[in-house]
Design a protein around this ligand. Structure first.
Ligand code: SF4
Ligand code: SF4
Length: 67
């Protein structure tokens, strides 16, 4: 599990489809007021990128990526 790697949601682009929260098998996300929240970032698997790949709105980036 990653200490310095986890998703960051861009809420300006997020549609609230919850594809990411439903997809992630590691309980990184919870849902609050219909939006995904990265509530357990320490559960994220380093460099997985699964949720980013399936987000239809390109609203997921990662803390830990160099930009
Ligand atoms: S998959 Fe993308 S658009 Fe859908 S809830 Fe997650 S971050 Fe938002
Ligand atoms: S990158 Fe993988 S492990 Fe991390 S939140 Fe997304 S789907 Fe879950």
């Amino acid at each position: 599990m990653a200490k310095n790697w986890h998703p960051v949601i861009d809420y300006e682009n997020c549609s609230g489809c919850l594809t990411c929260a439903n997809f992630c098998p590691h309980e990184v996300y919870s849902v609050e007021s219909g939006k995904p929240v990265v509530s357990k970032p320490e559960h994220c698997v380093e460099f997985c990128r699964g949720c980013q790949k399936i987000c239809p709105s390109e609203a997921i980036k990662y803390f830990g990526d160099r930009r």
